[in-house]
Design a protein around this ligand. Structure first.
Ligand SMILES: Nc1ncnc2c1ncn2[C@@H]1O[C@H](COP(=O)(O)OP(=O)(O)OP(=O)(O)O)[C@@H](O)[C@H]1O
Ligand SMILES: [Mg+2]
Length: 528
């Protein structure tokens, strides 16, 4: 601009003043349009509308550089749907628009028809009007697009118009950057969410629960059936048998899988804390309750609440729990308002609840509320045939954690099968971890198992279930060069259900030969 706006003398200045005023109004409108939404296409169209209405700029156009394709694509055209124009593109340097991008500088044409480089690929421009195109910039990275429009004819003031378009282009650049950042972040979050979802589902799916024994197949069937419904489930079983694993599997295979899975160990807290933990508390309900806190029932709304060690709660608390289970209603501690939630409850215990009911320690009505669908987890000694698969799976798990290869030998597996695992799968898991730590070469052999402290000889396996034992050992290769003589004979005996003649056949021996080996190798025969 060469003369100050305060001079009202000339007609040109009056014109310029009018233009500036309309531009100011337009700029205000444009900035508010751009801040309204992150839907870029929509807001860009609105910006072009504002320029048309307030700025008398017609045929507004925004093209943005597509990084992957390396060409300019149409993002918005005034008063037109950009979609039919999506196939039209400009290479950097091509025509007027492509050259504005590559030179990163504005280009003013006093009349479109006079510029031989003007391609008019869109076939929408007025050939007799001027044309102004400016680069859209985003930070220091040069031009990321082109913003163009046609001012009215005969007005002059093209330089003023061009400066104004540059201002708007800068705002558009900011909006594009913001929208792209948000889009990239959303995309990253979406990918991470999907990945986590897959991981969580994988970790809690049936693939991560090992068991081929009939008793485990029954558990899987029950889980599959019960997962579909909102039925309360009571998971019974000794410590370490996988009760929590099954609770997870039920939730993640249920229609509630996308909602929360909330867990609470009832044995860990005294009554008053348990109550505020489960039902939440209002601000000021008790000393230390500085703010309102939602309890686990509220957190689990729409999802699943896992109440672990349910057998440990006091009679007073049993009554409180019964009410939520019956009515689905409760109050926060210190609050008068009754809250209603939609929660599926899974409870677990290793206690003999029936004995508790008989002794008057566990409310009978609560027992029946919980015991709608009982699932009994078998002890590991009842499914000793699962030990090899479990051990390999757990060794693999440790290997991943330690970031190295680990292998467990068949002879080690046989040793593991002779133990009765009072601590169940958790004990086996700990044993495998200790064994891994102690095997420098990454091979877990039976010597390493012996070092882990499980005392196989003292306990002896429970051979009251010969069929189970016979089923397992078939996984063991009697020709395994790893086996020593004693192991080979024991393996054959196990496979033969401890019938000597059968075992002899498996080893290609005569009954006399095997009897001799049993004696000299000091093998203790099992009696049924
Ligand atoms: N069938 C199985 N397959 C693979 N891993 C298992 C299996 N059962 C249990 N585990 C693993 O053994 C460990 C103990 O399982 P979990 O915590 O579910 O047992 P629990 O019955 O809840 O024990 P507790 O009564 O002591 O709480 C976990 O690390 C779990 O991943
Ligand atoms: Mg548990």
């Amino acid at each position: 601009m060469n003369s100050p706006v305060t001079d009202f003398g000339s007609a040109e200045d009056a014109l310029r003043l009018a233009l500036l005023e309309s531009q100011l109004a337009a700029l205000f409108e444009v900035s508010s349009v751009l801040s309204r939404s992150l839907n870029l296409r929509q807001t860009l169209r609105e910006v072009l509308g504002v320029l048309h209405e307030c700025g008398r700029m017609s045929h507004g156009l925004v093209c943005l550089l597509d990084e992957e394709r390396g060409e300019l694509l149409i993002s918005a055209i005034h008063d037109k749907d950009a979609e039919p124009f999506e196939k039209i593109s400009y290479q950097p340097g091509e025509g007027v628009i492509g050259r504005i991008l590559s030179t990163n500088a504005p280009w003013i044409l006093p009349r479109v028809a006079d510029e031989p480089n003007f391609l008019d690929r869109l076939n929408l421009y007025d050939q007799n009007l001027p044309f102004i195109g400016v680069p859209i910039r985003c930070g220091e990275d040069g031009a990321i697009g082109v913003f163009a429009a046609q001012p009215p004819a005969g007005e002059g003031l093209l330089a003023d118009r061009s400066r104004f378009l540059e201002m708007v282009a800068n705002l558009i650049g900011q909006a594009v950057r913001l929208a792209r950042t948000v889009e990239a972040e959303q995309q990253a979050l979406r990918e991470e969410r999907d990945k986590l979802r897959r991981e969580v589902k994988g970790a809690h799916g049936f693939d991560s629960i090992i068991g081929r024994a009939n008793s485990m197949r029954l558990v899987f069937d029950q889980v599959r059936q019960v997962a579909k419904w909102n039925t309360t489930v009571l998971i019974r079983g000794e410590s370490g048998t996988g009760k929590e694993l099954i609770a997870n599997a039920i939730h993640y295979n249920s229609p509630r899988a996308r909602a929360a899975f909330i867990k609470l160990n009832c044995a860990a807290l005294p009554d008053n804390l348990l109550e505020s933990e489960l039902f939440g508390h209002e601000k000021g309900a008790f000393t230390g309750a500085v703010s309102l806190r939602k309890g686990r029932f509220e957190q689990a709304d729409g999802g699943t609440l896992f109440l672990d060690e349910i057998g440990e709660i006091s009679p007073a608390f049993q009554a409180k729990l019964l009410r939520v289970l019956q009515e689905g209603e409760f109050e926060r501690v210190g609050g008068g308002r009754t809250l209603k939630v939609d929660v599926r409850v899974i409870a677990a215990t290793n206690r003999d609840l029936e004995a508790g009911v008989r002794a008057g320690e566990f409310r009978e009505d609560l027992y029946y509320r919980l015991n709608v669908m009982p699932i009994r987890m078998p002890a590991l000694r009842e499914r000793i045939e699962d030990v090899p698969d479990l051990a390999r799976f757990l060794v693999e798990k440790v290997a991943r954690l330690q970031g190295r290869e680990l292998e467990i030998t068949d002879s080690a597996l046989r040793v593991l099968m002779r133990y009765d695992w009072p601590g169940n799968v958790r004990e086996l898991e700990n044993c495998m971890e200790r064994a891994a730590v102690m095997s420098e070469q990454g091979i877990i052999d039976r010597d390493v198992i012996n070092l882990t402290g499980i005392d196989v000889s003292a306990v002896g396996a429970d051979f009251s279930q010969p069929s189970a034992v016979a089923a397992t050992t078939s996984q063991i290769d009697l020709n395994d060069p790893d086996l020593d003589e004693r192991e080979r004979v024991i393996a054959a005996l196990e496979e033969a259900g401890w019938v000597q003649a059968k075992a002899a056949r498996l080893l290609n021996m005569t009954p006399r030969q095997i009897a001799y080996r049993i004696q000299t190798l000091n093998i203790r025969m099992r009696q049924f």
